[in-house]
Design a protein around this ligand. Structure first.
Ligand SMILES: Cc1cc2nc3c(=O)[nH]c(=O)nc-3n(C[C@H](O)[C@H](O)[C@H](O)COP(=O)(O)O)c2cc1C
Length: 207
């Protein structure tokens, strides 16, 4: 059974347009992969903590011991073992809400999601693909730091495939929000089918 992790950084909860777009993607994916298991990490409620000095010392000691049964690593294990990771976050301040950076800090676990080998960092995540879903008030244009950062984090942690789905310019006067969202939702359905197909092909190739 395919394990899919949905990382929900949509701070505005049910009012979030990013979450609405993510749900369209997830529903289409679930239709295409009826046997998959979708786990959600709702960052608003998980209480993930940013890493301070004390937490860092403890974390590094646990990494040395490969103590993966420590509760600190429960979300990281879900991430490391997921076949597909879907992240949804609104475009805030040229990237995304800070809670998503805190999540990234928690996903960087030496010897679990990456290791040092031959003077290099090598990704250890099982997944082959990640999807990043965002919506923005204005056109994102060249300032797409959120998408670029998440794509690179996934790559470094061992997840090479990356798809971005966006709805932009939603807060500009005179724009037809329903039309922009409808087009993004159409793209989300198309991408979900394609991602599902690749996941199926990947499992038949490894059978
Ligand atoms: C705190 C905050 C920061 C934002 N920063 C930006 C920004 O830098 N650029 C932009 O185009 N829109 C920005 N926006 C607008 C949001 O990207 C836009 O409204 C988005 O659709 C919100 O997504 P949501 O409905 O999922 O919350 C910001 C909104 C908020 C609340």
């Amino acid at each position: 059974m395919k394990k899919i992790l949905f990382v929900n950084a949509c701070v505005r909860g049910e009012s979030s347009r990013t979450l609405r777009l993510a749900k369209v993607f997830l529903n289409e994916l679930a239709d295409a992969l009826p046997e998959c298991e979708i786990l959600e990490q709702d960052l608003t409620w998980m209480g993930l903590r940013s890493v301070d000095m004390q937490a860092l010392v403890r974390k590094e000691a646990l990494c040395d011991q490969h103590a993966w049964d420590d509760p600190l690593f429960a979300p990281t294990l879900q991430f490391q073992q997921a076949d597909l990771v879907i992240i949804a976050a609104p475009y805030w301040d040229m990237s995304f809400p800070s809670i998503l950076k805190v999540w990234v800090e928690n996903m960087y676990v030496r010897n679990l999601t990456f290791k040092y080998f031959n003077d290099q960092s090598v990704g250890l995540c099982k997944g082959r693909e990640a999807v990043y879903i965002t919506t923005a008030g204005s056109p994102i244009g060249e300032y797409d730091w959120g998408t670029g950062y998440i794509r690179d984090v996934m790559k470094v942690l061992g997840i090479p495939g990356f798809t971005a789905i966006k709805a932009e310019a939603l807060d500009l006067a005179g724009r037809d929000v329903n039309e922009i969202m409808a087009e993004a939702e159409k793209q989300a359905r198309i991408q979900a089918k394609e991602v599902a197909q690749r996941l199926e092909q990947c499992s038949s190739a490894t059978r």
